[in-house]
Each structure stands twice: as structure tokens, then as C-alpha cells.
Design a protein around this ligand. Structure first.
Ligand code: FMN
Length: 475
């Protein structure tokens, strides 16, 4: 599923767009217990609250044209605005290819009613997962995806018609990012969206308004203040070049990529006994390394800033303990110098920047730092995503978003890789930052843990009944 040559290039038409959206953002199952039923989607989301909204902008391709909102419950596109021929032609001429754009936004209230001020982090992590879902689904249609990194948040709002939409107080929707999707035989596209096209779209008529979510709200002011601080201005378009490293210990999956995506689930509990093989472990970690022509990091959301602190519990041939994996070696020297002097930094295998820091049973520690959740200790391994932090956001505050997207993207790779190798993963948004920093011996915010993840042999919840994703439309 990661191979650039794997999937034949498909035309962009209603059928392929439908397949792409379904596998990226559609429903993947219904679950029920007596008295309650809920839908799950292809993309995971903190507490299944799904703050991410998806929009598609299609510049007159094979009879489809317009700005649409994607409705996963109905698997339907809701037309918000018609594009003029001039706008469609400008977009196609600019990118010099058939293409369409996807815009992602977040509604913090969807998370904030439950998580308070922490909600913003969850929204941004969910967006990272949603970017991953998009890139993998597009790859299966033979399409590439690139992040349009020049456009400002205000401009995204304008091309989605936010200035012409009656919003709901405390349920505001915020722009996150715009992505261009195009056939893979086209070598590359600019990472820009022309300002004059924004001005043309801004004048269109937009239809539709959001549904009200709640009668009452608690306003978590800090979320909205932070969103102002991290609002992205227009910047110079930039290409991000990754190296073309060979894949290590490549391990095939018995499942097809689309099967893996459809069956992906978050484990609710782990069995405390499954040992995964060393080659599975290495293969999974290696897939989190950004590479030039492999999905999903080639979407180029930013330069990589994240490395992994690992709590290894059950991996064959590896002593249990604390490990560190560098996805890129840029911050290696700094992290080694900054961290506890007693760490061993013992290399585990050739060709890979994986180090043993100290051997020990780290189940208790893993559980404590992940908000006392057993899923962090009962699995085969869990991890914290350690990002360069303060230097990044001091220079460019809006990259606060991209750091969390990178974490979500790594999470999406881990979910799918776990599923591909018959174990299961779970994103962990609840963790204690300071406790993780203390383990490493970090006393400032130069580096910050942004997201946790766990994977291993899981326990099914047999109390739940599963129904097919769109059976509600057949009734
Ligand atoms: C950003 C994020 C944070 C999450 N945090 C937790 C967590 O702390 N504990 C947990 O048990 N599950 C966590 N999950 C898993 C979600 O609850 C799960 O994705 C959601 O219920 C949907 O189920 P699915 O992943 O099977 O589609 C998290 C998922 C995401 C994407």
C-alpha cells in the first residue's frame, strides 16, 4: 500500500471520487449494545467525536464541478457553491493537470464539551489522522496528494464560504489545511493556490448552514485565543524534500490495503501476553520514517520534527525497557546531550537509529504517563511522540498545527501497520506531558511529547454487535 507503483492511475470521475471519499472518510461499521448504537469511520477520532469536516473543490472534471461538503453518514457530497467556468479553468491551468482539492476544518466544540481546553490538541491530532486517511485512499486510486502550504487560514475560510455562512456561536469551525490531489503520472504541482482565484471564489454564492450541535455551551476561551495565536498567514510556497531510503525488513501483510483500512479499529483492551516478532516491530517503526515517494509523509505537511520514545513490553528478542527511535537524525545529538546521563544509548540493530536507553519492566511507567490507561502497559509496546517544540512555534506559531498533524499522521501509519500484521493499535490522546519529560530528563519545552500510541495483541469486546457501514441506508 505504500509503494508508489502499486496502484494503477484512475481517471478522476464521480465513481473514483466516491471510492476515494468512502475509503478515506466514510463509515466503516456500526457497533451496538442493547439500547445504544454508534457508527465508526475509516479515520479514527478521539472518543469517536469527529471534529474534522471535509470539503472537496472540483474544477469541472468529467461532469463534476463545485465546492462540496462531504457527509459521511449518507456518503454524499452536499453542494455549497457552483464554480464558474473561469474559476475551473484557472485551477486546472494553474496546476497543469486534472486535479481536485480537499480542505479540512475542525469544530473544537465537538471535543471541548468533553475535554475542555485539551480539545484543541485532539482536533489537530484528528486532522493528522484525516490527512493520512486521505493520502492512503488517494494512493489506492493512483493519485498523489500535496499539502498547499502557502495559503492562509483566512483564505481557506473564504474558499469554503465561511464569510457567507451563518455560523453558530461557540460551535465555530476553523480552517486547517488544503490539499491538491492529482494523477500520479504528473510529476509535481506548485504548493500554492493563486490569490486571484481566492478572490473569484470569495464572490460566489454559498448555500447551506451547519446544524446546531448543542443547546448550551461552556466557552473554553483559551481554545479560541490559541487559535488566534496560531492562525496561519500567507507564506511563500515551499517544497519539502525527503531522502529516498530503502525500506528495512519489509514484511508483507496477508491483507489487501483496502481490507486493512476497512477493518482498522482501536483496541479497547490488550491481552498482556502477545509477543510480536522483532521483524514486525522493526518493520512498523521503519514505516514511520518519511520517504520521498512513499505515502503518507510525501504529502509534505512539514519538515519532520518528531522522534519516538518507546516503552517495549513484549517484543521477541528485545529486552523490555525504554528505547528511543530517531525517525530522522536531525535532532539526534541534541536529544542525546539533553537527556539523562544514565541512559545507555545502545544500538539495537545496524542500519536503524533504534537505541536501548535502559532495560527494565516499564509497564507501570507506561501506564502512569498515559493517564493510568491499561492499554499503554498491556500491549506489546507503547510510545510517546517527542517533537521539537518551542523553537518551532516561537519562529512560526502556526506550525503548532503541523506538529500535531505530523503526530496524527504517524498515528495513522501505526494503526494501519498494526492491523496489517494482525495486531491492533490505539491512539492515546490522554497523557501526562511533564511525567514523560521527566523520564527523559528534559526540564524545558524545547522538546514536547505530543501524542501517545500503543499496539499489541488485543481483546475483542464480544458484548458488541457489528453491522455493515451503510446498512442504515438500505433499511
Ligand atoms: C487523537 C486520538 C486520541 C485518542 N485517545 C484515546 C485514549 O486516550 N484512550 C483510548 O482508549 N482511545 C483513544 N483513542 C481512540 C478513539 O477512542 C477511537 O479512535 C474512536 O473511539 C473511534 O474508534 P475506531 O478507532 O475504532 O474507529 C484516540 C484516538 C485518537 C485519534
Amino acid at each position: 500500500m505504500y509503494d508508489k507503483n502499486l496502484c494503477d492511475e484512475q481517471d478522476i470521475n464521480l465513481k473514483t471520487l466516491s471510492k476515494f471519499l468512502e475509503l478515506a472518510y466514510g463509515l466503516s461499521a456500526w457497533k451496538s449494545i442493547p439500547g445504544s448504537q454508534w457508527a465508526l469511520r475509516m479515520n479514527p477520532s478521539s472518543s469517536n467525536l469527529h471534529p474534522t469536516e471535509v470539503y472537496v473543490i472540483v474544477p469541472d472534471i468529467n461532469g463534476i464541478e463545485g465546492i462540496f461538503h462531504y457527509n459521511p453518514y449518507l456518503h454524499a457530497l452536499e453542494k455549497r457553491a457552483a464554480l464558474t467556468q473561469e474559476i475551473s479553468n484557472r485551477i486546472k491551468d494553474y496546476y497543469k493537470t486534472e486535479c481536485f482539492l480537499v480542505a479540512l476544518t475542525s469544530i473544537p466544540w465537538r471535543e471541548a464539551w468533553k475535554y475542555g481546553e485539551r480539545a484543541l490538541r485532539y482536533c489537530l491530532l484528528d486532522t493528522g489522522h484525516a490527512i493520512g486517511s486521505m493520502v492512503f485512499s488517494a494512493s489506492l486510486q493512483g493519485w498523489k496528494v500535496k499539502y498547499i502550504n502557502s495559503i492562509s487560514d483566512k483564505e481557506i475560510g473564504k474558499i469554503l464560504g465561511f464569510h457567507k455562512t451563518e455560523g453558530i456561536e461557540n460551535e465555530e469551525e476553523f480552517p486547517e489545511g488544503v490539499f491538491c490531489i492529482f494523477p500520479k503520472n504528473k510529476e509535481d504541482i506548485p504548493r500554492d493556490f493563486p490569490e486571484d482565484v481566492v478572490k473569484l471564489i470569495e464572490k460566489l454564492d454559498f448555500k447551506g448552514k451547519p446544524n446546531r450541535l448543542s443547546k448550551e455551551h461552556v466557552r473554553w476561551e483559551i481554545i479560541y485565543e490559541t487559535l488566534k495565536e496560531i492562525e496561519k498567514p500567507r507564506t511563500k510556497p515551499e517544497k519539502i524534500i525527503f531522502k529516498e531510503k530503502p525500506l528495512l525488513w519489509l514484511k508483507d501483510s496477508p491483507f489487501k490495503a483496502s481490507q486493512i483500512i476497512r477493518k482498522r479499529r482501536s483496541a479497547q483492551a490488550y491481552d498482556r501476553k502477545t509477543y510480536i516478532s522483532l521483524d514486525t516491530f522493526i518493520h512498523i517503526l521503519d514505516k514511520t520514517v518519511p520517504r520521498k515517494s512513499y505515502s503518507p509523509f510525501n504529502v509534505e505537511i512539514s519538515n519532520p520534527h518528531i522522534n519516538l520514545l518507546l516503552f517495549v513490553h513484549r517484543v521477541e528478542g528485545l529486552t523490555s525497557g525504554l528505547y528511543f527511535f530517531f525517525r530522522n537524525d536531525k535532532f539526534k545529538g541534541k536529544i542525546i546531550r539533553k537527556s539523562r546521563k544514565e541512559f545507555l544509548w545502545e544500538k539495537v540493530i545496524e542500519d536503524m537509529d533504534l537505541y536501548l536507553l535502559y532495560p527494565s519492566d516499564v509497564q507501570h511507567t507506561a501506564r502512569i504517563v498515559s493517564c493510568q490507561q491499561d492499554i499503554a502497559s498491556d500491549s506489546s509496546f507503547s510510545l510517546g511522540m517527542i517533537s521539537l517544540f518551542e523553537p518551532v512555534i516561537k519562529e512560526k506559531p502556526w506550525l503548532y498545527k503541523n506538529l500535531h498533524w505530523e503526530a496524527g499522521l504517524i498515528g495513522q501509519v501505526l494503526y494501519l501497520e498494526a492491523e496489517a500484521h494482525s495486531i491492533r493499535g490505539t491512539g492515546i490522546g490522554c497523557f501526562f506531558d511533564d511525567a514523560v519529560h521527566e523520564i527523559l530528563g528534559f526540564s524545558d519545552l524545547e522538546f514536547q511529547t505530543l501524542y501517545h500510541f500503543t499496539a499489541g495483541g488485543y481483546l475483542e469486546d464480544f458484548r458488541l454487535t457489528t453491522y455493515p457501514p451503510y446498512y442504515h441506508l438500505e433499511r
